[in-house]
Design a protein around this ligand. Structure first.
Ligand SMILES: [Fe+2]
Length: 288
């Protein structure tokens, strides 16, 4: 198989910077106590920083000409904001039409309260962004996209988790029958930050529903999962499977700057590298 590249983006999250700019100090301090470092700026409205970063990411994709671009969730900050949605789609429209773009459901896109999906929020998501779980193929590599918000909080959408799990196992089986050289999965939440056995937390899929998925990944030999949500980079592994959380196109919450990941897929594995998006951007956590 000739090697090919794809570009992974995560968390453009239009509107997040402005929303954080007007939060009270106590809330920012509470976030800091949970390891989420917010650089304070004067209050503003709109989504200027996200527009600049996402436009640059799309420009880089047009320059690098990957096989596809995948956006691993949290396209918007407010799932009910048609302005935020329209701006994401306007800029995505600048991508060369020969390069497909795949959307992955994030909690801010598909959760009614930015966490828990409901029948109405699932419908609203699908009407704008398309299917929330699906698969596609490039060369002899199988790619599977999952909705980890439903995996984390299935309680208000009966039947959704079960149908997604049936889909996942069927796709994995098909990939193996097809003799795929690799199976690569895209999600918003990483399944774990250090090890599959770790406990529950805001940044990962609840353990009770994480482990059955991990068992399937092990059984069918998934080679890598690329996710977002943490607004910083994180690299973990389970039995040879990479679990990569990629830093944000939008607002950083750790030391990593806003950026994008270029992944080279070749026989037997992937090589991937995170690239800074906005040169000269102050590091998150710097106080003004
Ligand atoms: Fe998220």
């Amino acid at each position: 198989m000739p090697p090919f590249n794809f570009i992974q983006l995560a968390d453009p999250q239009f509107g997040m910077s402005a929303s954080l700019s007007s939060r009270p100090d106590a809330e920012i301090a509470d976030m800091a106590s949970r390891g989420l470092r917010v650089r304070r700026v004067a209050p503003f409205e709109g989504f200027g920083p996200e527009t600049a970063a996402f436009e640059e990411a799309i420009a880089q994709a047009n320059r690098l000409r990957p096989e596809f671009v995948v956006v691993c969730g949290d396209m918007v900050n407010d799932p009910d904001s048609s302005d935020e949605r329209a701006e994401v789609l306007r800029i995505a429209g600048q991508l060369d039409p020969s390069i497909p773009i795949h959307w992955v459901a994030g909690n801010h896109d598909v959760g009614a309260d930015t966490v828990v999906p409901t029948p109405a929020s699932m419908k609203a998501y699908r009407d704008v962004w398309g299917d929330d779980f699906f698969s596609f193929q490039r060369e002899d590599v199988s790619f599977i996209v999952l909705n980890t918000s439903v995996m984390d909080h299935p309680e208000q959408v009966p039947g959704e988790l079960e149908s997604q799990m049936r889909f996942l196992e069927a796709e994995l089986r098909t990939a193996r029958k097809r003799d795929s050289s690799q199976i690569i999965v895209f999600t918003h939440y990483p399944f774990f930050l250090e090890s599959p056995e770790e406990g529950d937390g805001y940044f990962t899929v609840a353990k009770e529903r994480r482990m059955p998925v991990i068992e399937l990944f092990r059984k069918y030999g998934v080679s890598a999962v690329f996710a977002g949500h943490w607004h910083r980079n994180n690299y973990a592994e389970d039995d040879g499977m990479l679990m990569v959380a990629t830093g944000p196109v939008g607002f950083p919450l750790g030391d990593d700057p806003s950026g994008y990941r270029v992944v080279e897929v070749h026989d037997g594995g992937v090589k991937h590298e995170y690239h800074e998006l906005v040169k000269g951007q102050p590091a998150a956590g710097d106080e003004e």
